[in-house]
Design a protein around this ligand. Structure first.
Ligand SMILES: Nc1ncnc2c1ncn2[C@@H]1O[C@H](COP(=O)(O)OP(=O)(O)OP(=O)(O)O)[C@@H](O)[C@H]1O
Length: 338
């Protein structure tokens, strides 16, 4: 398959802050690539390097075969995280304005219908709800019927029904051959939409795979949480691994909870064995909850590993001193739809 978005060893630092530490990725035509990672991981910087609004210090990028500054703007669209169009335009006027920037544009009415706002065309942007405004912004990226679409947290602030409208839209765009790079903090969104997920941490792509593969590799086993005051020792004879969950994952605030026990790797038909164990030994419990691992577990696991790695590196640096490549900062340009 043809890669329409490619990055090779992209590096970018702002002063001593390394935003991208050598990111390589290739995204194929029609693929939905979910970009996830903690705040400050480098996601926006990567998108900016791929869309030509920031110049990497080194490495190369190509979108639709050209380096980003030369990418055909008629074939590309970007929805930045913070995008504030003029308030005193109606939704229809706004989409007409953006449509006017392209040689060949879609009918704004059609685009409004796509984002579920067919009846809101005459409403001023400022009079729309936050979620409706975000949907108009998504619409603004669709007026040129792009071949490559970068969406930075497109559904933030949108209600569940509206989110589903946007999800279905993204799916149908991808089915029609549009390549979508979707930055999100919503793991359900990434799991539902992304063909492939890339997890950035500290400027490095620490995982890249289908949601299913990532969950198999890093998600750990299923969890059966038992609400009980019993101690882990009460489960010594149970044939499954048992642990006492922590109040928080990672960090020094980790402390065991005293009101629940987690039994790992129990399949749904085996839950009865655990219940029998509780009953036979008269262990009091007030509830059971079985959960499969998902992308959220992958995210927490890999992000906490990256955090541990950073702590180790900081310790080593404190012990031995380090050299950091610095470079002049550059202006952050306000995002704009392409
Ligand atoms: N123009 C800039 N000047 C200085 N530092 C910057 C600039 N842009 C980004 N950074 C820094 O680079 C790092 C990566 O930032 P970036 O915005 O790419 O992260 P992100 O993953 O998009 O975060 P978030 O999830 O919060 O949007 C951060 O430490 C950030 O402070």
């Amino acid at each position: 398959m043809e890669a329409v978005v490619e990055a090779s060893e992209l590096r970018k630092s702002y002063g001593e802050t390394v935003a991208l530490a050598g990111v390589s990725v290739a995204i194929e035509r029609g693929e939905i690539f979910g970009l996830i990672g903690p705040n400050g991981a480098g996601k926006t910087t990567l998108v900016r390097a791929l869309t030509g609004t920031t110049e990497p210090d080194s490495g190369t990028a190509r979108v639709l075969g050209d380096p980003p500054p030369a990418t055909d703007r008629n074939r590309l669209a970007v929805l930045p995280q913070a995008f504030s169009p003029p308030d005193r335009l109606t939704a229809h006027e706004l989409l007409s304005y953006y449509a006017g920037l392209y040689d060949d544009a879609r009918d704004p009415e059609e685009v409004l219908a796509d984002v579920g706002l067919a009846d809101a065309g005459d409403t001023w942007y400022e009079a729309l709800s936050g979620g409706q405004q975000r949907r108009v912004c998504v619409g603004a990226t669709l007026v040129n019927d792009p071949d490559v679409l970068f969406l930075d947290e497109p559904t933030t602030g949108i209600d569940p029904a509206g989110r589903r409208t946007v999800w279905r839209l993204i799916e149908s765009l991808s089915a029609g051959g549009t390549t979508v790079v979707l930055t999100t903090h919503d793991m359900a969104e990434a799991e539902r939409l992304a063909d492939r997920v890339g997890l950035l941490a500290d400027g490095a792509l620490v995982a890249d795979g289908t949601p299913t593969d990532l969950v198999d590799e890093h998600g750990g086993s299923s969890r059966l949480t038992i609400e009980t005051a019993a101690k882990p020792a009460a489960f010594d004879e149970l044939a499954y691994p048992v642990e006492q969950p922590s109040d928080s994952r990672g960090g020094e605030s980790r402390s065991p909870t005293t009101d629940s026990i987690v039994v790992r790797a129990v399949t749904p038909p085996e839950i009865g064995d655990v219940v029998d164990y509780l009953e036979e030994r008269e262990i009091a419990y007030s509830g059971l909850e079985w959960t499969e691992p998902g992308l959220e577990e992958v995210y927490l696991e890999l992000a906490s590993r990256a955090e541990l790695g950073r702590t180790d590196a900081a310790d080593r640096n404190r012990a031995g001193g380090t050299e950091t490549e610095t470079r002049d900062d550059e202006q952050t340009s306000a995002g704009e739809t392409a």
